[in-house]
Design a protein around this ligand. Structure first.
Ligand SMILES: Nc1ncnc2c1ncn2[C@@H]1O[C@H](COP(=O)(O)OP(=O)(O)OP(=O)(O)O)[C@@H](O)[C@H]1O
Ligand SMILES: [Mg+2]
Length: 251
């Protein structure tokens, strides 16, 4: 199988993009896939979630042609799981990349030896996210199970269609994942039903519960399979990884 590239996108902040990218990466790697997680958010949460803090070289340097992929990619403490970290100067790239929507795609063309590349995008539809979508075969949209979950999603789907019609005809929505699901509230269940009614089979069966272990793990630089492998959050991401594996094979 050729390398498949998948972005995690939702312009809304705090919906679980990074948590999903990081923990899915860990479970996909434990399935034996060789995984690269690219942190394309200047906040750097995916890097620190994988235990990489204050990296000296990151995706910014690769995009600017100042470092090679090989120099920038770092191993993590999990076998088969690698990260291309974000550094603070990535924020500056947003302006520089405005006129270069295919830059990331070009850079990743030189990537070898990975089965799946996951890209954690920032909460915007700006130049970095456009670059991520242009470089990807698929995208995963995390939706937080709350009242305004669908707000803004139309704008995002428009952007996806625009990119499909121009820069990247191969782009597919791999799936929508409902996150931070609070089993105790009717509202969460209503939101989930609503999302399934709207998007049908696009929605993954696995739903990610609100689970405090998922929010604690990053402060230890650990993924959930290490930090709390028998938590509800771990089980949910493990099941989601199986669904993602099946869908990736059809990409
Ligand atoms: N299922 C969950 N249960 C409990 N807390 C969660 C869960 N998913 C995410 N969180 C917490 O919610 C916050 C936002 O999650 P996360 O950083 O993954 O969202 P994001 O979409 O990447 O945010 P941003 O848009 O800022 O990049 C974080 O503090 C995270 O630890
Ligand atoms: Mg994030």
């Amino acid at each position: 199988m050729a390398t498949k590239i998948i972005s995690f996108v939702n312009q809304k902040g705090g919906v679980g993009k990074t948590t999903t990218a990081v923990n899915l990466a860990a479970y996909l790697a434990s399935h034996g896939q060789r995984i690269l997680l690219i942190d394309l958010d200047p906040q750097g949460n995916a890097s620190s979630g994988l235990g990489i803090q204050n990296a000296e070289i990151g995706i910014y340097d690769v995009l600017m042609g100042d470092s090679s992929l090989k120099e920038a990619i770092q191993a993590t403490d999990q076998e088969k799981l690698f990260v291309l970290p974000a550094t603070a100067d990535l924020a500056g790239a947003i302006v520089e990349m405005n006129d270069h929507p295919t830059k990331l795609k070009t850079v990743l063309g030189k990537l070898e030896n990975f089965d799946i590349v996951l890209i954690d995008a920032p909460p915007s539809l700006g130049a970095l996210t456009i670059n991520a979508l242009t470089a990807s075969h698929g995208l995963i949209i995390p939706l937080q199970a709350e009242y305004y979950a669908l707000e803004g999603i139309a704008g995002m789907l428009d952007t996806v269609e625009r990119i499909k019609a121009g820069l990247n005809p191969k782009l597919n929505i791999l799936g929508i994942v409902v996150t931070m699901f609070d089993t105790r509230t009717n509202l969460a269940q209503q939101v989930e039903q609503n999302v399934r009614k709207h998007f049908g089979d696009l929605v993954f069966w696995s739903v990610i519960p609100r689970n405090v272990k998922l929010s604690e793990a990053p402060s230890y630089g650990q993924t959930i399979n290490k930090y709390a492998p028998i938590s509800s959050g771990a089980g949910a991401y493990k099941r989601l990884a199986q669904e993602v594996m099946q869908r990736v094979q059809k990409l």
